[in-house]
Design a protein around this ligand. Structure first.
Ligand SMILES: Cc1ncc(COP(=O)(O)O)c(C=O)c1O
Length: 329
């Protein structure tokens, strides 16, 4: 059962982490009227696409803690890696610049002839970019480690962030988001049965799971995978959540980690017809913009389950994690 004591305990522990504030929070949370009427199911949206900083998205919540730690450690340089259209890299470039740090990005893929989408913003933000021509996340990490060593040898104090910022300090950002959702429930006078969101490197989901288990919230958290198969991502999310909860003096259960992998399509960042359809539906019906890599695929799961009546009688929260600059790629 949720008790005020558990929430206060968690809030106090989260306060102990150094933070470089970036996000404009709380983000809005509202009913999706048109979709709710069509499907006869109560559907709400938590607008983490509107976290405000650097065009918004889930990663600004992680980055305020990661940059907070980097500054606390006296670092002057941030290195991270991701796909060419990585939202995390765009937001790292913005956060590092705002903190007066130099930012180097390792981007997976060939240097494009003409930058588009997030890459335009990476350049505008002044990030140094190194390309690694591979679709394999491990190759990006290896190159990011190599670049960190090179910069360290040149005398820079490097803070290296793994893909997506999915390490315990980053995960803490999504425990805070979870507590915000509990406040949204109170303000709106509702209880959500299920949170549905895009899950990539697993940090967002791990934070929500820690929040759920450490407060005793009863709803389900359903991560819609955009890259890994269910077993691999569930294992990763559980490990991260377990480690983060341990740091906070709490624990999580394996049963709280639920991943759906039926909407990835041919692979990470490869658009699906269902995802494109979902992007169109949310734009035309609700004036909400999604992206093809993450939120479009998560919304395709939501619409599929609504159409099949799998969510009837429930109150659903779709967590919009951002990513719309990718629409211009
Ligand atoms: C728009 C968007 N949604 C969801 C995610 C997935 O978040 P996580 O990597 O924490 O699972 C990302 C990650 O880059 C993202 O950019």
């Amino acid at each position: 059962m949720i008790t005020g004591d558990k929430i206060v305990y968690l809030e106090e522990r989260l306060e102990e982490f150094p933070k470089f504030p970036l996000s404009l929070v709380p983000t809005p949370c509202h009913r999706l009227n048109s979709l709710s009427e069509t499907y006869g199911t109560e559907i709400y949206c938590k607008r983490d696409d509107l976290t405000g900083f650097g065009l918004g998205g889930n990663k600004s919540r992680k980055l305020e803690l990661l940059i907070g730690e980097a500054l606390e450690n006296g670092c002057d340089t941030v290195v991270t890696s991701g796909g060419i259209q990585s939202n995390f890299c765009r937001l790292t470039a913005a956060a590092g610049a705002a903190a007066g740090m130099s930012v180097s990005l390792v981007l997976g893929g060939k240097r494009p002839v003409k930058p588009t989408g997030n890459l335009v913003l990476d350049n505008l933000l002044g990030a140094q970019i190194r390309y690694v021509d591979s679709p394999d996340w491990n190759d990006w990490e290896t190159e990011s480690e190599a670049l960190s060593r090179e910069l360290t040898e040149q005398g820079q104090r490097v803070f290296r962030i793994p893909i997506g910022g999915s390490v315990p300090v980053g995960v803490v950002g999504y425990i805070t988001a979870f507590l915000e959702i509990l406040n949204d429930e109170k303000r709106l006078g509702v209880t959500f049965n299920q949170i549905i969101h895009a899950s990539g490197s697993g940090g967002t989901q791990a934070g929500l799971v820690v929040g759920k288990d450490m407060t005793g919230w009863k709803g389900l958290i359903n991560g819609i995978s955009v890259a890994m198969y269910r077993e691999e991502l569930e294992e990763k999310v559980f490990k991260l959540a377990h480690e983060t909860a341990g740091i906070l003096g709490g624990n999580v259960t394996r049963e709280s980690v639920l991943v759906e992998d039926g909407f990835i399509g041919p692979g990470y960042s490869i658009p699906t017809a269902e995802g494109e359809k979902a992007i169109e539906v949310l734009a035309r019906r609700e004036g909400i913009f999604l992206d093809r890599v993450y939120t479009g695929k998560a919304a395709s799961a939501l619409l599929n389950w609504l159409e099949q009546g799998k969510l009837s009688g429930q109150r659903i929260l779709f967590l919009h994690t951002g990513g719309h600059p990718e629409l211009f790629a």
